[in-house]
Design a protein around this ligand. Structure first.
Ligand code: NAP
Length: 259
């Protein structure tokens, strides 16, 4: 299926690794010109080379912290009129809410709520004028089923989800959609580091811990960044103009509800 977005311009945030990289890869394969960012320049450039080798759309890099105002200004300077925006950033750390002070909360809200909101604010009116826009916010399955030790993530991402629910119904008339893509367990560096911590806590080897977690998922495995990226690319497609304000779970069936 031709997604009808060759030649479009995309900003994909936090995309040198993991889910962001998966999204950038799927978009590049569709012929989209992507501008990607991450804080570590070396990894970012290595990823850009991999993406260029796919022979699809062009790849521009901006080494920056997307949660800072200057970082957002830099990526918007490199790609001022994106047709596609994939919002992403590192997730907040796990812990007990009794240990978190105001600064911890401000950091989480900045990264996982305000950063996507400010990027939407900076790009959505141009999309409306051009009558095409696709915004995908990478959030978490915790939006649907909160994870107790991820209180900072549960809280900040719920704020973003609530905000988007309001505006996604205003923009769709102009062929601009805004959706959340909610990852369950995907085999990325973030999941690997969580597995390492849990293995140590439970006195298991990394392999034992990974096997236990993967088998505990109805799919019997973790998701892959490629699967995630392809779903994201579909949401960014010409054909997906009637899908907006949705929170689409991708978790191998782990969420146990009927709806
Ligand atoms: P990952 O494999 O650790 O990759 C994170 C990427 O984001 C890296 O490229 C990293 O590069 C970049 N990044 C992190 N903070 C950044 C910042 N402030 N500015 C710019 N780039 C930044 O993580 P992932 O698994 O893809 O997770 C992506 C998001 O999905 C996170 O918010 C995570 O909480 C959420 N999520 C993931 C899973 C899962 O199973 N993987 C499940 C639920 C939710 P640098 O470090 O060089 O900046």
């Amino acid at each position: 299926m031709d997604l009808g977005i060759a030649g479009k311009k995309a900003i994909v945030c936090a995309a040198s690794k993991g889910l962001g990289k998966g999204c950038a890869e799927s978009l590049v394969k569709e012929g989209v010109d992507v501008t990607i960012c991450a804080r570590t320049a070396e990894t970012l450039e290595a990823t850009a080379d991999e993406l260029r080798a796919l022979g699809g759309g062009s790849v521009t890099t901006v080494a920056c912290d997307i949660t800072s105002e200057s970082g957002r200004a830099e990526i918007l300077k490199a790609c001022p009129n994106p047709d596609i925006l994939v919002n992403n950033a590192g997730g907040p750390p796990p812990g007990d809410f009794r240990d978190w002070d105001r600064d911890d909360w401000i950091k989480a809200v900045d990264a996982n709520m305000l950063t996507p909101i400010f990027l939407i604010k900076a790009t959505v009116d141009g999309m409306i004028d051009r009558k095409f826009g696709r915004i995908v916010n990478i959030t978490s399955s915790a939006v649907k089923a909160p994870i107790d030790i991820l209180g900072l993530s549960n809280g900040a991402r719920a704020g973003l989800t609530g905000f988007v629910a309001g505006i996604a119904r205003k923009t769709v008339r102009h062929n601009v959609t805004i959706n959340g893509l909610l990852p369950g367990p995907f085999y990325t560096d973030r999941l690997i580091s969580n597995l390492k911590v849990n293995a140590e806590k439970q006195g298991l080897s990394f392999d034992e811990m990974a096997k236990q977690r993967a088998e505990g998922n109805p799919a019997g495995r973790f998701g892959t960044a490629e699967e995630f990226g392809d779903y994201c690319a579909y949401l960014c497609s010409a054909q997906a103009g009637f899908v907006t304000g949705q929170n689409l779970l991708m978790d191998g069936g782990a969420f146990p509800g009927t709806l």
